[in-house]
Ligand binder design. Structure first.
Ligand code: NAP
Length: 305
């Protein structure tokens, strides 16, 4: 039996493991894919405190190295289910059932794909899902943002600090995002808004150079020269395995309090999987530390009674 099983090996899970081991708690990270999570697909990280510039892959490796050196176990498995038996939790994988006193859910979330031609091919070569991560690479360039929610509005505003022009394409004639953000977007001279518009094609030779926009009402298509495409059409949390156990918000994110407790005693959530305002490596790492601390407190105080 482990003290803590951490599900997910992104920055939240890795930071959680580091704090758990330093507190003398036994722990394992269960991950079905790459250690590092979404971070590994980020070409360059320039906003992690203390590090001027690092590739997502290198930062993930460094975090994994710290967790490993402190004695965290890494298990490659696809978790199917979690059973809450009170003082004991069961993490059910395909070929084994693991037991722990506490569980930290750190499976993350992924940006929803648009599903248009060229999107996959040019991801990392002009197509991005993270304006905060990649905006700096588009100084003086033309970029488009797709979406009409808060993320798209904030991305358009953020990118207007770098790009020469930002074209915001939204499939309806009214934004879903907050009114004050909509107003800031509409007042911004560098942002052109195309309502009732969908992006139907992304083309280029080695990187993005043209996009095709279609008006959904008139069906008219326009080819626009473009250097970057930021897709902000929602995120999808990886909460499928806990949806019957843990309280989620309407979008499927885990609800926690500020101590990262979920509705189930002994189960905590950290990183992008939980309802929060800013999903970044640094906020995930901070969550991991808090979750480890609170899980340790739960084990020491509530399970020893
Ligand atoms: P969201 O609110 O779900 O908005 C997604 C947007 O993408 C919607 O405008 C939607 O259009 C559009 N969309 C979805 N699928 C599409 C498709 N296939 N083609 C074209 N457009 C598509 O997602 P989000 O903006 O990422 O925000 C997620 C959550 O985080 C929200 O609860 C949001 O309020 C919150 N958030 C808050 C803040 C903040 O408060 N500062 C910042 C960022 C995010 P429709 O409108 O037509 O459905």
């Amino acid at each position: 039996m482990y003290d803590i099983i951490i599900i997910g090996g992104g920055p939240a899970g890795l930071s959680c493991a580091i704090y758990a081991r330093r507190a003398g708690l036994s722990c394992a990270i269960v991950e079905r894919g790459f250690i590092g999570g979404q971070m590994t697909t980020t070409y360059s990280i320039e906003n992690y405190p203390g590090i001027k510039e690092i590739s997502g892959f290198d930062l993930a490796e460094a975090m994994r190295g710290s967790a490993e050196a402190l004695g965290c176990e890494f298990l490659e498995a696809d978790v199917k289910k979690i059973r809450d038996l009170g003082a004991e939790k069961e993490v059910v994988c395909e070929n084994a059932t693991l037991k722990a006193r506490a569980v930290v859910l750190a499976m993350g979330a992924y940006r929803r794909k648009l599903g248009v031609n060229g999107e996959e091919r040019f991801t990392g070569s002009g197509v991005s899902y993270c304006a905060t991560c990649d905006g700096n690479f588009f100084k003086g360039k033309n970029v488009t943002v797709v979406g009409g929610g808060n993320t798209a509005l904030e991305d358009a505003l953020y990118l207007s600090n770098f790009a020469s022009r930002v074209t915001l394409m939204h499939r309806r004639d009214e934004f879903r995002g907050a009114r004050h953000l909509s107003r800031l977007v509409l007042e911004n001279d560098k942002i052109d808004v195309m309502y009732d518009t969908v992006l139907t094609n992304i083309t280029g030779k080695f990187k993005v150079d043209t996009v095709v926009a279609q008006n959904v009402k008139t069906k008219e298509e326009k080819e626009l020269p473009m250097d970057g495409v930021f897709i902000a059409v929602g995120t999808v949390p990886e909460t499928g395995i806990v949806k019957d156990l843990i309280t989620l918000d309407e979008a499927g994110y885990i609800l926690t309090d500020e101590t990262l407790k979920t509705n189930v005693p002994g189960i905590f959530a950290a990183g992008d999987i939980r309802k929060k305002q800013l999903r970044q490596v640094v906020t995930a790492a901070a969550d991991g530390a808090i979750a480890a601390h609170m899980a340790g407190r739960y084990i020491n105080e509530e399970l020893s009674e």
